[in-house]
Design a protein around this ligand. Structure first.
Ligand code: FES
Length: 327
């Protein structure tokens, strides 16, 4: 599986600045639970000096999303908006000692949330809305602007990189032609500006959609079997947290699970879904996904998000098993 730096693991298990910032006067929200990731960044900005005095976040996503959001808050507290606006997703990844390529989209989400929050403070409109024609990847709700920015900022030159950084193209690949078109267009601009060598630029036809689809399928298969992942993930067992179940009664475990689900509920509801705890048997947690979550084609991503949240909260490998409610 993925190779996480010690800092990513630390920031996942001990997130800094997680929660709600009551005095926030700038808020940036990006992503959606139904697409597997969502981040709300809240800032307290001094109106006189435009210095970020405090920052907090709430996120729904994998361990890297939690670590990236946490790193972002650490990077921006104490900076002026002018300084903060130039922070890139690569700065977030570098702060964490790097992210696996497949998880770079988490740092991009942090970057987008920061831009959205700064725009919100300045009373400007942040163009994250999926206007007619702007939505490129329907599977993951990624629009043209996000893709173009990620290509330009990170000098991406392959469709696989675009998927790693934005998630676009990580599903049915119906968006393949548009991704090729955007990649070739922005690479062409970068070459013209002297920022990219001509031989490295992507050209239409440079990738094979069927091959990419097969690779994505193989990756997905490897990501299935959550029990195996929980037991072998570099995040879970080598964490500094207590060993599984150390000093934890069943009642305490159930309370923590309920607490974690409660924290996630507003995000699930926002997307028209919900999650109900059905049973706990050892490390297996049975849940019933309701509403939009249930039929959502990204239900497996939602489940893995809940699973990672529970692993973080309980400090032990957890396997989420979706079941139907019997009442
Ligand atoms: S539309 Fe982009 S992967 Fe399905």
């Amino acid at each position: 599986m993925w190779d996480y730096s010690d800092k990513v693991k630390d920031y996942f298990f001990n997130p800094k600045n997680a929660g709600v910032l009551g005095e926030a006067n700038a808020v940036g929200e990006v992503g959606a639970i139904s697409c597997g990731d969502a981040l709300k960044l809240m800032l307290k900005v001094d109106p006189e000096t435009e210095t970020i005095q405090d920052a907090k976040f709430q996120t729904f996503g994998c361990g890297s999303a939690i670590a990236s959001s946490s790193a972002l808050t650490e990077l921006i507290i104490g900076k002026t908006l002018e300084e903060a606006v130039s922070i890139t997703n690569q700065d977030i990844a570098d702060f964490l000692g790097g992210l696996p390529p497949e998880k770079m989209h988490c740092s991009v989400m942090g970057y987008e949330a920061l831009q959205a929050a700064i725009a919100n403070f300045r009373g400007e409109e942040w163009h994250d809305d999926h206007e007619e024609g702007a939505l490129v990847c329907k599977c993951f709700g990624v629009d043209e602007g996000v893709i173009e920015r990620a290509i330009r900022m990170n000098k991406l030159t392959s469709i696989e990189q675009v998927t790693d950084y934005t998630k676009a193209g990580g599903g049915c690949l119906t968006c393949f032609d548009k991704l090729e078109e955007l990649l070739a267009k922005v690479n062409g601009e970068l070459v013209a500006e002297g920022l990219l060598a001509e031989h490295a630029a992507y050209r239409i036809g440079g990738s094979d959609a069927a091959e990419l689809k097969a690779k994505a399928k193989a990756k997905k298969e490897a990501e299935k079997a959550p029990a195996r992942e929980a037991a072998t993930s570099p995040i879970a067992p080598s964490s500094p947290l207590p060993p599984p179940s150390a000093g934890m009664t069943n009642l305490k475990k159930i309370r923590l699970i309920e607490e974690a689900i409660e924290e996630l509920r507003p995000y699930l509801k926002k997307d028209g879904g919900d999650c109900e705890l059905i049973d706990v048997d050892g490390n297996n947690v049975m849940v019933n996904l309701k509403g939009a979550c249930m039929g959502c084609q990204m239900a497996s991503v939602t489940i893995s998000g809940i699973q990672e949240r529970l692993i973080a909260k309980l400090g032990m490998p957890i396997r989420i098993i979706p079941v139907k409610s019997t009442h």
